[in-house]
Design a protein around this ligand. Structure first.
Ligand SMILES: Cc1cc2nc3c(=O)[nH]c(=O)nc-3n(C[C@H](O)[C@H](O)[C@H](O)COP(=O)(O)OP(=O)(O)OC[C@H]3O[C@@H](n4cnc5c(N)ncnc54)[C@H](O)[C@@H]3O)c2cc1C
Length: 417
């Protein structure tokens, strides 16, 4: 539809994915971002305290995250995601100092659970069947109501896996959301659960290539351009109010609103969205990792949950970390470093560090919050929603955000045929 424009509001992964999907079409793409940079909750920045570029939070992708990988392939960022050739997850238990590697086999027939060298120590093959209960048909319920949430396998594998995927204590997490993740990764075999990390940072993989891709296709990208108000008339949006200027919309123009849920609710007061959130805490230590530290190490019986080895630093992640929000930063850095020292065999005092507490990292992946997620289509003919909090069927993840952007783009493209 020449002459018409698509306004994408919010340049997080959802907005970027929508814009990238539409950028090869004939319509003008205008991306409006409130911040001075793109990426939202998934970005790199120069940290003055450390004197290096780090990510706002360590992000792990699994090879089964197909929408994310298609996005990376489309923008030319796929090479930036690095990981082992086969699915393998190294763990250390800080209580027993036992170390092991879980190695799911590549195919969907999970013979790895019969091998004591591939499965979690202390577990039996039959313990793995508990996960199947998540996949049974039926209504949504807290995971604890459908699956046994105790024992070695739960504590050493299912809990860390589900906590990372849901950013919510698995016992209270939504069975339906957990099942969606399991179906797209573990249930397909190791080929779909190779861990992938952005080797040179999130922006180098996801954000900068996307912006280059859009610029090359003539998309306009307006930073520092916060949408303040939407002006409606009956069942349409008439204009976008950015404070100092108002952009009127033509009859064929469309808006994709890809902002966080609290902002979407301010702009569309009748909208129902998730209201409860969970924090993620990341700590970054400026010290080269020891040569034998795996790229990603799961930590059991610690406050630290995952350790990431980057060439110039060691970073750690703690999900569902609301309990740590009020802990003084210095105290937290000391105690987290003490765990890294034990887990990674490093005999060094606390190096230069940074702690990032993302208070509202994701919506709480509970049954109740999952029912509050709106569909992409709205009551307004020229307004579509995107964001990891919309009804994607997935928890708030890179995969969910990108899938929501893809869906919004497809709805917009279809609505004009
Ligand atoms: C610390 C942390 C760790 C994570 N780890 C993982 C992980 O390991 N694996 C994984 O898959 N996922 C992970 N996630 C989740 C993942 O980052 C998010 O699901 C995803 O980035 C959300 O993208 P989004 O586009 O939906 O939202 P956002 O990234 O929130 O994007 C919304 C954008 O809208 C902009 N905006 C807001 N208001 C306005 C306005 N009025 N006008 C214009 N623009 C506006 C914002 O500035 C922002 O750029 C993690 C998240 C965090 C915070």
């Amino acid at each position: 539809m020449p002459g018409s424009a698509i306004h994408v509001v919010g340049a997080g992964l959802a907005g970027l994915a929508a814009a990238v999907r539409l950028a090869d079409g004939s319509r003008e793409i205008i991306l409006h971002e409130a911040a001075r940079q793109a990426g939202g909750r998934c970005r790199s920045y120069h940290d003055a305290q450390l004197g290096m570029t780090i990510d706002n939070g360590n992000h792990l992708l699994l090879s089964g995250n197909v929408s994310a990988r298609n996005f990376l392939a489309a923008i030319g960022g796929a090479e930036e995601m690095q990981g082992p050739d086969d699915a393998e997850f190294s763990f250390v238990d800080l209580a027993s100092m036992q170390r092991w590697v879980v190695r799911p086999n590549a195919g969907p027939l999970p013979w790895w659970i019969f091998s004591a060298h591939r499965r979690t120590p202390g577990s039996r093959w039959s313990d793995h069947l508990a996960l199947l209960r998540l996949l049974l048909p039926g209504g949504d319920r807290p995971i604890a109501e459908v699956m046994r949430c105790e024992g070695a396998l739960y504590e050493r594998l299912w809990r860390p896996f589900l906590l990372a995927a849901l950013n919510t204590e698995p016992k209270e997490g939504s069975r339906r959301l957990a099942a969606a993740v399991v179906r797209e990764t573990l249930a397909k075999g190791g080929v779909a659960c190779r861990p992938l990390v952005a080797a040179h940072g999130l922006s180098a993989a996801f954000i900068e290539p996307a912006l280059r891709h859009l610029a090359a296709r003539g998309a306009q990208i307006r930073f520092d351009h916060r949408l303040k108000k939407i002006i409606f008339s009956q069942d349409r949006i008439d204009a976008l109010d950015f404070g100092e200027e108002t952009t009127p919309l033509g009859p064929q123009d469309h808006v994709i609103l890809a902002v966080p849920p609290n902002v979407a609710r301010e702009l569309l007061p009748e909208l129902e969205t998730p209201e409860s959130f969970r924090a993620i805490v990341n700590a970054h230590f400026k010290i080269p990792p020891p040569a034998d530290l795996p790229p990603v190490l799961g930590v059991i019986n610690g406050t630290v949950e995952w350790i990431f080895a980057f060439p110039d630093r060691i970073s750690i992640t703690i999900s569902g970390a609301d309990r740590l929000l009020d802990v003084p930063r210095e105290e937290l850095a000391q105690s987290l470093w003490a765990e890294v020292v034990r887990a990674a065999h490093i005999e060094k005092p606390l190096p230069p560090w940074q702690i990032i507490k993302e208070k509202r990292a994701t919506f709480a992946a509970t049954v109740a919050e999952n029912t509050r997620r709106p569909d992409a289509a709205t009551a307004y003919a020229n307004l579509t929603l995107a964001g990891d909090w919309t009804a994607t069927g997935l928890p708030a993840t890179i995969e969910g955000a990108i899938r929501s952007g893809d869906l919004a783009a497809d709805l917009v493209a279809r609505s004009r045929r």
